[in-house]
Design a binder for this molecule. Structure first.
Ligand code: URA
Length: 463
């Protein structure tokens, strides 16, 4: 078999066989196929797409290109292990809120999360803003932790789906990342290799996401759900809006603070508009995970149980248990407002400067471009341009106003937390461009204020 003929076949829109796909996946991971040939093939795939059979074969070949996990020891009869994956976004702290909630409600989770690159943040980085938290514990220890406390949250193992890692790095430099078929097989190869029974995907759409349109998000969701079906692993996708940053905080330590305050919400806070976007996404994803795990089919009951897990502080206690189990430092603080002391994570959150950004005119906030806010965070040092970049965990943005809010000239829209004045100046160029205020008609205001954050749900019935 020759790589040249495989490239030629794909260039001419012919279907590749399973053997041909295994040949290039394994050959490239072992360094036997050079980058220039693999790049040419990736571009041919980018332009001509993959058939269902090719998609399945590519995903399986990448999933089996290295170690696959065996989670049998944490399986409970009658229950399924559900994984959750987000296609990434700005201010997306959903995994950090959902995992302790579902774990408190009896759903076991062994989750691997990625690091941030470019304008999207990574859950592993956010966790590392907690002093001492170790995202790199060996997989066997992680499995033992799930047996003990029902949850672990570690970084993506370098030993899993090695071919995908190499291919992704090449895609990143050859303008072939934005292919729905390649993204779907890349994500699903890692999920299938991690040994779970079911997969819940959070597919984000908007400026701060890989998918810019709802149509593309649906295509990506359907492609991943289809791969899951071909692999015999039930997969469901919840499409969520990423047109403005999710929640009110963007930045590693700041997002952990937002997770803490969400998990400590009382009924009144949960019902308020303050946290509406986060609540909508958290409740849908957590309820779907509980349903898929076999714990309870009834989504309404699951949502009521989620409220109880939060207001009883069972979910918060699980969050603290997770942090302690992975070496995170905790301190105890007396909270006046609840009249008792609570464990809190120690955060790397010391910043030198704060600056408020004010509205330049009266009107309504029509949009906050999440990609620009993600880029502003990278400019402040809170994200990476290159894999090797070190992160400043303490910097970021606290939004006082969100899309649909009325503002008067001079009102504070957000506060910037930073450590370096030049970096603030660089970030400010993005922030200035990101926020759009206008005097819009009442019906537009209503539409902005009530826009949904769950845009669609794709499962096997949608195919
Ligand atoms: N995330 C992945 O894991 N792979 C892609 O190709 C894109 C996003």
């Amino acid at each position: 078999m020759r790589m040249y003929e495989i490239i030629e076949k794909k260039r001419d829109k012919q279907e590749l066989t399973g053997e041909e796909i295994e040949f290039f996946v394994n050959g490239y991971s072992k360094g036997e196929i050079p980058d220039y040939q693999m790049s040419a093939l990736l571009m041919a795939i980018f332009l001509n797409g993959l058939t269902d059979e090719e998609l399945k074969n590519l995903t399986f070949a990448m999933a089996n290109s290295a170690k696959t996990l065996d989670l049998t020891s944490i399986k409970i009869p009658g229950k399924y292990i559900v994984d959750k994956h987000s296609t990434g976004g700005v201010g997306d702290k959903i995994t950090l809120i959902v995992l302790p909630i579902v774990a408190a409600l009896g759903v076991g989770v062994c989750k691997m999360s990625g690091r941030g690159l470019g304008f999207t943040g990574g859950t592993a980085d956010k966790l590392e803003s907690i002093t001492g938290y170790n995202v790199n514990i060996p997989i066997n220890d992680a499995i033992r932790q799930v047996q003990d406390i029902g949850v672990c949250l570690i970084s993506q193992s370098p030993e899993i789906a090695v071919a995908d890692k190499k291919i992704y790095a090449l895609r990143d430099t050859t303008a072939t990342v934005e292919s729905i078929d390649l993204i779907a097989s890349s994500i699903m190869s890692k999920k299938l290799a991690s040994g779970v029974d079911k997969i819940l995907l959070e597919v984000t759409v908007g400026t701060g996401a890989f998918m810019k349109t709802l149509e593309d998000a649906k295509k990506l969701s359907k492609t991943m759900v289809k791969i899951g079906r071909l692999a015999g692993v039930e997969t469901r996708a919840v499409i969520t809006s990423m047109s403005e940053p999710l929640g009110r905080n963007v930045g590693n330590a700041l997002e952990i603070k937002e997770v803490i305050s969400f998990l400590l919400s009382d009924e009144e806070t949960l019902a308020s508009d303050e946290i509406r976007d986060l609540k909508e996404v958290v409740y849908e994803i957590a309820a779907q995970m509980i349903k898929m795990s076999g714990v309870c089919e009834d989504m309404e009951k699951n949502k009521a149980d989620i409220t109880k897990a939060i207001t009883s502080r069972a979910a918060y206690d699980k969050f603290i248990e997770l942090i302690k189990a992975q070496g995170g430092h905790i301190y105890n603080v007396y909270m006046d407002w609840i009249g008792m002391s609570l464990d809190m994570p120690v955060l790397d959150d010391k910043v030198r400067f704060l600056k408020e950004i004010h509205a330049q005119s009266d009107g309504y906030i029509v949009s906050i471009d999440s990609k620009k806010i993600g880029e502003a965070l990278v400019a402040l040092g809170g994200g990476r341009n290159k894999k090797e970049d070190k992160i400043d965990y303490s910097v970021g943005f606290e939004f006082v106003k969100k899309v649909g809010d009325k503002v008067k000239e001079g009102d504070t829209i957000l506060t910037v937390l930073y450590n370096d004045k030049q970096k603030f100046a660089d970030a400010f160029e993005y922030i200035e461009d990101a926020i759009y205020i206008d005097n819009v008609e009442n019906d537009v205001v209503k539409a902005l204020q009530s826009k949904p954050h769950i845009l669609d749900i794709i499962d096997e019935k949608s195919l």
